[in-house]
Design a protein around this ligand. Structure first.
Ligand SMILES: Nc1ncnc2c1ncn2[C@@H]1O[C@H](COP(=O)(O)OP(=O)(O)OP(=O)(O)O)[C@@H](O)[C@H]1O
Ligand SMILES: [Mg+2]
Length: 501
């Protein structure tokens, strides 16, 4: 590996950190944000640091960069787990679902499904705050209501239709508010049940993270002993995570890129914008050459970015057009878990060693799905009655990840998938697995913060309808900027969004 000479901007960041006062650094992909954090840890020598991320993959990857420093890499949840999560034991392993909620709390009436679904989704939002009670501000509306609320009478062109639809919409609005008035108290009841120590009621991981943050932990106390905090990918921090870091007396160094914010659906707040801290810039991207930068800049321009990627003239890269994964490709980046599994199957057919992120979840899904299919729901689906119940739950926001799984099982069958996943390697296990695989199959979400010599983007990232939204554009920008030397893809962003594909 060539020796790295820090730029003046990067040195400035390391020097600022030595003064032990918090700052934020907002910069585009590959400009050395994470590397500068590792240099800060090196520069602060014996001081005990904490590198925080909210995603297991990022924490595992970061171990490599921080080896030899006195800085520990942890996820927020793992930090909270010992003191607050452990006590919930096996209550953490079961998925809550609409059918179970309906039965347990005796939810009836025509809208029982929507009421239970809204209660679960709103509870999820509430758990990412430290508010005392569930209230209207935590409402996560069912899709049906979102469509109705988005209706604006002023913009409708056809007056006759307008009058008719206004009446219909007024009625539907009333129904939505009725659903809300039942869903929020139900969310509160679910929360109370989760918190009851003697209950066997399932608990979600966000519950103990919330309890941890609400306990106002002092990360500098002898229990933790940290002297500074490094917060990577801060553009995706949610309210709870920011509450934890901003309450500390320790210096916190935040780095992030607003254009890589890909968790706003989950309540992420762009810490880079909201924190009132001194800013230190970074302007040159070191990861790739001009070709990859030009390609990614098309997306940045569509996002209205003030800045475009700048690269070193000496850096070489190329963008290839290919619908299939070119031989020798190091990483296949997909939109959904389902596409990750397809990419894994393709790689295994080629006879190469494939690493997958989130493999534990994939395997446990398949195991639990099979027993549910056989009429013995267990594990995470212990509270479901049947595969139909799973399908129903997949229609809610909190069950949306199930949908890709169910499609996948429908396409390949659980047997084929289970055999293939048995041959794949688990990238979340430890950093050495990354080295021992010839190819990694990951989602763009899991690939955040990482880089690979050659990257192939699956077609799923180029859905023209989805790319109308900014979050999806940001996800594509994240995916493209993982490539160091070769970026291959079947389509280009401009073709797809301008409808020329
Ligand atoms: N001064 C430098 N000289 C040479 N290479 C560098 C320099 N700074 C960073 N790099 C390299 O550039 C690449 C990108 O760095 P890094 O991953 O830290 O960027 P980042 O800003 O964190 O990216 P992302 O936004 O994707 O998280 C890494 O391979 C890193 O080693
Ligand atoms: Mg980074």
């Amino acid at each position: 590996m060539p020796e790295i000479k820090l730029t003046d901007e990067q040195i400035h960041g390391v020097d600022m950190a030595k003064k032990m006062s918090s700052f934020k650094r907002s910069a585009l992909a590959g400009t050395g944000k994470t590397m500068t954090l590792a240099e800060i840890a090196r520069g602060l020598k014996k001081k005990k640091g904490l590198y925080l991320s909210f995603n297991k993959g990022i924490a595992v990857e970061a171990q490599k960069r921080f080896s030899g420093t006195n800085c520990t890499t942890r996820t927020f949840h793992s930090l909270a787990f010992d003191g607050f999560g452990k006590k919930y034991g096996s209550r953490l392993n079961q998925r809550l679902n609409v059918g179970f909620i309906r039965e347990r709390f005796g939810v009836g009436g025509d809208h029982a499904y929507l009421v239970s679904g809204m209660a679960l989704d709103s509870l999820g939002k509430f758990l990412r705050t430290i508010d005392d009670e569930v209230g209207p501000e935590h409402s996560v509306w069912p899709d049906a209501c979102k469509t109705i609320f988005a209706w604006k009478p002023d913009v409708t062109k056809f007056e006759v239709d307008q009058r008719q639809s206004r009446i219909e919409n007024d009625m539907q609005r009333k129904v939505c508010f009725q659903i809300q008035s039942e869903a929020l108290p139900l969310a509160q009841k679910i929360y109370n049940e989760m918190r009851r120590p003697t209950s066997d009621f399932p608990v979600t991981h966000d519950l103990y993270l919330r309890e941890f943050v609400a306990s106002m932990p002092d990360l500098s106390s002898s229990r933790f002993g940290y002297e500074y905090i490094l917060f990577d990918e801060a553009q995706d921090a949610d309210h709870l995570m920011l509450m934890l870091t901003t309450a500390q007396s320790l210096p916190v160094f935040y780095v992030g890129d607003a254009h890589q914010q890909i968790y706003s659906w989950r309540g992420a707040e762009n810490a880079m914008a909201s924190l009132d801290l001194p800013e230190t810039p970074l302007t040159t991207s070191f990861r790739f050459g001009q070709a990859v930068a030009d390609d990614a800049n098309e997306v940045l321009a569509a996002l209205g970015s003030k800045y475009l990627l700048n690269v070193l003239p000496s850096k070489r890269s190329r963008v290839e057009r290919s619908a299939d994964v070119p031989p020798g490709t190091r990483a296949v980046i997909s939109r959904t878990n389902g596409q990750v599994v397809s990419a894994t199957l393709d790689g295994l057919k080629e006879g190469i060693r494939v690493g997958v992120s989130g493999l534990r979840g994939i395997k446990s899904f398949l195991r639990d799905y099979r027993s549910t299919e056989a009429g013995r729901p267990s594990g995470q689906f212990a509270l479901f009655q049947s595969v139909n119940d799973l399908m129903e739950h997949a229609q809610t926001e909190s069950g949306s990840d199930l949908k890709t799984w169910l499609d996948l099982v429908g396409q390949y069958g659980a047997d084929v998938l289970e055999t293939a996943m048995g041959q794949a390697r688990d990238l979340d296990q430890d950093k050495d697995v990354w080295k021992s695989c010839q190819r990694v199959a990951i989602t763009a979400h899991a690939g955040k913060g990482m880089e690979f010599d050659s990257v192939h983007l699956s077609d799923g990232l180029f859905n023209p309808k989805r790319l109308k939204g900014d979050e999806e554009k940001r996800l594509l920008y994240v995916a493209k900027t993982r490539a160091m030397r070769v970026l291959s893809q079947g389509k280009s962003f401009v073709e797809v969004t301008q409808g020329e594909a």
